[in-house]
Design a protein around this ligand. Sequence first.
Ligand code: C2O
Ligand code: CU
Ligand code: CU
Length: 448
Amino acid sequence: TRKGAETVYDLQLQTGTSNFLEGLKTETIGINQPYLGPLLEMQSGERVKLNVHNTLDETATLHWHGFHLPARFDGNPHQAIAPGETWSAQFVVRQRGGLYWYHSHAHKRSGPQVYRGLAGPIYVRDEESDALDLPSEYGVTDLPLIVQDRAFQRDGQLIYGTSMHTLMMGMLGDTLLVNGAIDPVFEYTTDLLRLRLLNGSNARIYRFSFNDGRSMRQIASDGGLLAAPVPLTDIILSPGERAEILVDLSNGQPAQLVAHPVQNSMMGGRMMRGRMGNRQMRGSGPEFPVLSLLPAPTRRSAEPVPEKLLQLPRPNPAAAVRTRRFVMNMPMGMMGGGFTINGKTMDMNRIDERVKLDTSEIWQIENTSMMAHPFHIHDVQFRILDRNGRPPSAAESGLKDTVLVAPGETVRLLLAFSDYSDPNTPYMYHCHILEHEDAGMMGQFTVE
Ligand code: C2O
Ligand code: CU
Ligand code: CU
């Protein structure tokens, strides 16, 4: 609802019953509905207020992933909402147009809560992006795809593992839900479709491609449009990452988007070379259906794809006032296996880093563990300066808030801290494998 110059969203965390599997009921949680939450549409520059009412019997939060906002409205573990309570976040949308999302960030409970359904998509629109001739008719030429793997018991209930193996690998499922549906079908009515992919899984990394090998064009990464469309046949997304793609359907044939699971283990180094363009990278295990596309009897032809999208300034590392190192590790021998950043596990009462308002910094992320970890930072959209000393691919050259770092890799990011400071309320940086996050692979920073 709009009240004056502010758009108000009333969101209710609630339990529900979903029907994922033929003839079986699954107990889930969602936002204003049984599983997941509604699409929130926001305009860059507008003021929004989000009222979050928690009707669950446990403490929860909603975090606005990818948003640049005051720390007290971040929806992180410091803004916990007790059962029966309502919490309100109020801020000006300062994002570029793109796909963002919201999800639970409850202390040590993000994994199970997101798994059961506490997540949803956000579209931000801005004038500059809207001025481009891109498919943008929601549900017709423009679809969000929230990709999540789940495991089910025979009676239809969700399985959330608590074994040491699950803790290590993160919670992996054998069934893929896309916007809460298995193997969905979409009848296309235009020649060009825009798919906004969100890896909303707890732990699984996917390589997306079309089963007929057709190429697609990536037009956006986490924080909005790229400088120009990037042609590719495969795209890898780790938990938390987003990508928007355009699919050419002018041949009028059926097509299927599939997701190949990417093994996350010592293989990481090879996997990452695959991301850098080495064709030897292959997913392991059976592929999951993501979306089947069928032609409608009559279809519209589409506008040509613009050759240039949004020009971003060249990242200038010389503007950085300092470099901070973040070393992700999984030391053995710590109770329950350790998940650390700079040798520490998350402590709500410890501020790990204090950065200065209106400065830029280089954050150097190193992975000395045997698994790949998606490193996510709150409050900012960053640029990747280099990966192992080499410049990022075109698809990784846009705005990002989550970056996959394979074993042995070093990735340098350029971040700017602006607009909001609060010495008492921290933001987080963490691994977006939710089981690792819950186990403490997370730190806190303030902007002062
Ligand atoms: Cu998407 Cu700190 O989270
Ligand atoms: Cu976040
Ligand atoms: Cu991790």
